[in-house]
Design a protein around this ligand. Structure first.
Ligand code: NAI
Length: 440
């Protein structure tokens, strides 16, 4: 099938590449000339395990192409995926300007039947707006080319995006047009594996499903964070509590890990957008989610608060080693990463920081810009030298088994603040460290 993917970011590039991998002829469009240049030169603009090789393989096979040419892009695919960003507007609602610009562009340039697929995470009702934007453009040209609008939210996780796309738990397709459903079913048939994974719904339910999934996951995290803070005060161990409740199949073990707050490009903005849609479109205050959001905002300061409780509110002259910057392992994504609050809190209190992240340091430099007091190290051990304490923000694998003897000799104090509960407290403490995890 001929497919166009509009927006070649984390979702667009992965979707386009995986669709090419199963034999489709895919053209990825982005307005960011730099991104397309990197891709045309054989690189990839993001860090995502397994993606680079898959991109190369499909480019070499002639099934995957990149362009900044909008006319070529609209012409190419019968299926037009919209996978552009939907960042939060100033009031927290999802900003649809990129989605609607992409839709208008399709309407302005299309000459034959198109299935326009909303893959971006968009509020309920967006498919209607996309449909209307295309209709307006067609009317302005005085043509009546047929088209369908489908909602097909994406559930991939950064860091495991290729695997998630190739082996999905479910594929949600919201459509009320039979021809479009037929095409989507055919498109996704190579990803079905051993049982039916395609869930066909009405358009609005599909749109809401994506927000419901992210809101549920964010709720579990905030709930566990709150319990961890409580466990700490009551002298209980949240890790034991986690195992005790996770063994109940109604609860399960996934997404029960406490830490220093959820971040990334999805949970914070999607929780905000759902709260806002509910209030504006339905007059409903989502009380649970409002609490989830405020608990998370508080949790992002948990590490800085622990540091201050131990070393004093002012941290002038104190220097910290920071392990991890990305919002989670296996990605370079720094959007809403808890490290951002932590760095701001520590610098504001007068401290200096040397940070290390296996892949996100370039992105961190772009995000932070030059910040007096923040430097970067070439490796985890280099970051430790002369620091008053080690602070861990991202649970990269390479931080899980450090050389504790080296840690002790490199740090000024044998002091670790761990926002991701990487170590066994008994073991670390028995080696002479003061260890401050979350909830243990
Ligand atoms: P991104 O910011 O990485 O990529 C978006 C791309 O769209 C950018 O490269 C931008 O230059 C391009 N763009 C904007 N307007 C355009 C236009 N009119 N024509 C062509 N290109 C255009 O965003 P990301 O992370 O891929 O997210 C995209 C959507 O998918 C969002 O709605 C997000 O919520 C959703 N999503 C993201 C996931 C993630 O893990 N990043 C997972 C599931 C959904």
């Amino acid at each position: 099938m001929k497919i166009t993917v509009i927006g070649t970011g984390y979702v667009g590039l992965v979707s386009g590449t995986c669709l090419a991998e199963v034999g489709n002829d895919v053209l990825c469009l982005d307005l960011d000339v730099n991104k397309i240049k990197i891709l045309e030169e054989g690189g990839i603009p993001i860090h995502e395990p397994g993606l680079q090789e898959m991109v190369r393989r499909n480019v070499a096979a002639g099934r995957l192409h990149f362009t900044t040419d909008q006319e070529r892009a609209v012409k190419h695919g019968t299926i037009q995926f919209i996978a552009v960003g939907t960042p939060p507007d100033e009031d927290g609602s999802a900003d649809l300007k990129y989605v609607l610009a992409a839709a208008r562009n399709i309407g302005r340039l299309m000459t034959d039947y198109k299935v326009v697929v909303d893959k971006s995470t968009v509020p309920v009702g967006t498919a209607d707006k996309v449909r209307a934007a295309i209709a307006e453009e067609l009317a302005a040209r005085g043509v009546q080319t047929p088209y369908a609008v489908v909602s097909n939210p994406e559930f991939l996780k950064e860091g495991a995006a290729v695997e998630d796309f190739m082996r999905p738990d479910r594929i949600v397709v919201g459509a009320d047009d039979e021809q479009a459903v037929h095409l989507m079913r055919a498109l996704y048939s190579p990803f079905q594996r051993n049982h039916e994974r395609l869930i066909v719904t009405d358009v609005r339910s599909a749109e809401l499903t994506k927000y419901a999934a992210n809101a549920m996951l964010a709720t579990r995290i905030s709930f566990m964070n709150e319990l961890a803070n409580l466990a700490e005060k009551l002298g209980a161990d949240i890790e034991m509590v986690r195992q005790g409740i996770g063994s109940d199949p109604r609860i399960g073990y996934h997404f029960l890990y406490p830490g220093c707050g959820y971040g990334g490009s999805c949970f914070p903005k999607d929780v905000k957008a759902l709260i806002k849609t509910a209030a504006d479109e339905a007059g409903i205050e989502l009380q649970v989610l409002t609490a989830v959001e405020s608990a998370n905002n508080r949790q992002k300061h948990v590490l800085a608060n622990k540091v201050k409780a131990r070393l004093g509110d002012r941290l002038d002259g104190k220097h910290f080693a920071l392990w991890g910057l990305a919002f989670k392992p296996n990605t370079d994504d720094m959007r809403d990463a808890p490290s951002r609050e932590l760095v701001a809190d520590l610098l504001q209190a007068g401290a200096t920081i040397t940070a290390y992240d296996p892949v996100a340091m370039q992105e961190a430099q772009r995000v932070f810009g030059p910040l007096p007091g923040l430097t970067y190290a070439s490796g985890p051990n280099q970051a430790l030298v002369g620091a008053d304490a080690l602070i861990i923000v991202t649970e990269w694998k390479e931080f899980r088994s450090p050389d504790f003897d080296l840690l002790k000799t490199s740090l000024k104090n044998a002091l670790i603040f761990d926002g991701r509960n990487l170590y066994d407290p008994k073991l670390v403490r028995s080696q002479g460290f003061e260890y401050q995890p979350v909830g243990r």
